[in-house]
Design a protein around this ligand. Structure first.
Ligand SMILES: N[C@@H](CCC(=O)N[C@@H](CS)C(=O)NCC(=O)O)C(=O)O
Length: 224
């Protein structure tokens, strides 16, 4: 039986990516939710060498980092990467881009699933990040989307990596037009994404370091 260590579902965007990767692989797993606190907890070293979540324990291996978890599972189970090589190459590019970039989006639109706020005007860097994401979504849908509702048709790790972005767009009222907008709704409606959202909405912990109403207080007040 696999065990996946994750953080609070309302806040932990990386945990959501890892959790979706395990769901896509379709293996039974036990979830261990370790509450985030806004500062690193040395005790986490016991289950995650990086002291971060997600971390997957499987078959005697410990795999930390969401992308490593996706690759580890893809080597063992179908359903993680797209089957078509061209779609798979593209999916790897956009997953890598998401994994290593979009700093403005991460810092200026923290994931907080339960929240609805407006942080306009966006900085030029945030505007560029949002624009690039919409471009990626439109490209995936037009090139590979024929056989399903997701970026490469069937749901894959590419969608898992953009699921936290979908929640951010919902929270901050980002409404892409045309194909990207339709894709956003499809992703938010996927049963795995809905399952995570339902659990996130039951959480009551408030972490000021991750709370939009604390982080972006002035902007939100200006828009009220
Ligand atoms: N690149 C890592 C990032 C993992 C990460 O930063 N996780 C955050 C939670 S979303 C974390 O564990 N933070 C530790 C803490 O806040 O105590 C991944 O892809 O898994």
């Amino acid at each position: 039986m696999a065990t996946l260590y994750i953080g609070n579902k309302n806040y932990s965007s990386w945990s959501l990516r890892g959790w979706l990767a395990v769901k896509l692989a379709g293996i039974p797993f036990e979830e261990r939710l370790v509450p985030l606190s806004g500062s690193f907890n040395p005790e986490w070293k016991l289950f995650s060498p990086s002291q971060r979540v997600p971390a997957l324990h499987h078959d005697g291996d410990i795999v930390w980092d969401s992308l490593a978890i996706g690759e580890y599972l893809a080597e063992r189970y179908p359903g993680v990467w797209p089957t078509d090589p061209k779609a798979r190459a593209w999916a790897r590019c956009v997953v890598a881009e998401m994994h290593s970039g979009f700093a403005a989006l991460r810092n200026q639109m923290a994931m907080c699933i339960r929240e609805r706020v407006d942080v306009r005007p966006w900085s030029p860097e945030l505007t560029a990040d949002v624009g690039r994401i919409v471009e990626i979504w439109n490209e995936g849908r037009s090139r590979f989307g024929d056989h399903g509702e997701f970026l490469c048709g069937a749901i894959s790790l590419a969608d898992a990596f953009f699921a936290p972005v979908a929640f951010r767009f919902q929270t901050y009222g980002v409404k892409p037009e045309r194909a990207a907008g339709v894709y956003l709704q499809a992703l938010l409606a996927h049963p795995f994404v809905r399952e995570w959202e339902r659990a996130a909405l039951l959480e009551t912990a408030i972490i000021d370091a991750d709370e939009p109403r604390v982080l972006y207080r002035d902007k939100i007040a200006a828009n009220a």
